[in-house]
Design a binder for this molecule. Structure first.
Ligand SMILES: Nc1ncnc2c1ncn2[C@@H]1O[C@H](COP(=O)(O)OP(=O)(O)OP(=O)(O)O)[C@@H](O)[C@H]1O
Ligand SMILES: [Mg+2]
Length: 313
């Protein structure tokens, strides 16, 4: 049986009772009327709704989300993201990295995935897994020599797709690596996720860096992203000859900033020339027995505690 709504009934041709028994006449006027109109669904709206659904579905399978950011470029955001992710993966957590630096992605290079492409299964992209970390980055989707020269809306669309069109496994923790500044990418991430567990702010010690980093702190506060704390990277260099610590970019600026703003100081990471070589070669520095690795593991434990997780000794 077909049930007609009141709306449908309005469009049924008018039936005029006949004078002759057993005969019905359909009024000519009603035949001239347009056929009943069906509600039109704009294909873009339908695609958008479908994307929104997959996006929400993905997010349901991510227990914790940590955003790594800094107002300043080159201070070690990607280094921190990758090594924190490795530390959590080594502790037995299922970990992912969403590389939201669309124009300057560095996670695949650091992970030794240079030149590799993500696999596609059905209509979904599969994150590339390396050392227990599941990674998605524009560098795993495009030819790496192709520059991404995109305006805001395209970057926003790419980051959305990193969630909606990617077959993420069920994650204990997703790290998001942001480009420097407080523009399209951080804003997109802040708007997409309504359950960010917290953000880690990375700085180097000198005022030129801490000055810009304050902007990221202001941004996080404005968008309601909880701040887990500040990391001071490239804190000092141990002289290979005399063993003394050399404060190449001064020292203590990150701690000072944290104290001034009443934020948690998560720790400092030494400047270790070997890290540059390892990052370039895609070797995981945090897995080695160095001062860099030790300070990282300490920071990872602090971050875990703040996220109500535990990393054993
Ligand atoms: N503690 C460290 N010791 C030695 N080298 C480091 C350290 N931290 C980062 N680096 C190196 O410094 C360079 C910049 O680091 P990274 O790419 O992580 O910075 P970033 O903040 O992500 O940069 P961008 O703003 O371009 O995204 C890299 O070559 C990296 O290997
Ligand atoms: Mg980076």
């Amino acid at each position: 049986m077909i049930l007609l709504s009141n709306e449908d009934l309005k469009n049924v041709p008018e039936i005029i009772p006949s004078t002759k028994p057993g005969e019905t006449i359909i009024s000519p006027d009603s035949l001239l009327q347009k056929p009943p109109s069906r509600p039109q669904i704009d294909p873009h709206t339908a695609a958008r709704a479908h994307q929104e659904l997959s996006l929400r579905e993905t997010m349901k399978n991510i227990k914790k989300t940590v955003v790594v950011q800094s107002g300043k470029g080159g201070v070690g955001k990607s280094t921190v993201t990758y090594n924190l992710a490795l530390a959590f993966a080594r502790a037995g957590f299922t970990v992912g990295i969403l590389d939201a630096d669309v124009t300057g992605p560095s996670i695949p290079l650091m992970a030794g995935l240079s030149g590799q492409f993500a696999k596609i299964e059905g209509k979904k992209i599969v994150p590339t897994e390396k050392n227990g970390v599941h990674i998605i980055s524009i560098d795993l989707l495009l030819n790496q020599d192709t520059p991404v020269i995109w305006r805001g809306p395209l970057k926003i669309a790419a980051i959305r797709q990193f969630l909606s069109d990617v077959k993420w496994p069920s994650l204990d923790i997703l790290f998001i690596d942001l480009p420097p500044g407080t523009s399209d990418e951080p804003l997109t991430v802040a708007q997409l996720f309504d359950n960010i567990s917290g953000t880690v702010i990375v700085t180097t010690p000198q005022k030129v860096a801490t000055h810009d980093v304050r902007k990221s702190i202001g941004f996080a506060t404005k968008v309601g992203m909880p701040i887990l704390g500040i990391i001071e990277n490239m804190s000092s260099l141990t002289c290979p000859h005399c063993g003394n610590k050399v404060p190449v970019f001064r020292s203590g600026g990150g701690k000072e900033l944290a104290e001034k703003l009443g934020l948690v100081f998560l720790g400092d990471i030494p400047l270790e020339p070997q890290v540059v070589i390892e990052a370039d070669e895609g070797k995981p520095s945090v897995l080695l027995d160095t001062e860099f690795a030790k300070s990282f593991n300490k920071i990872a434990k602090k971050v875990a505690k703040l996220l109500q997780l535990k990393i054993d000794d």
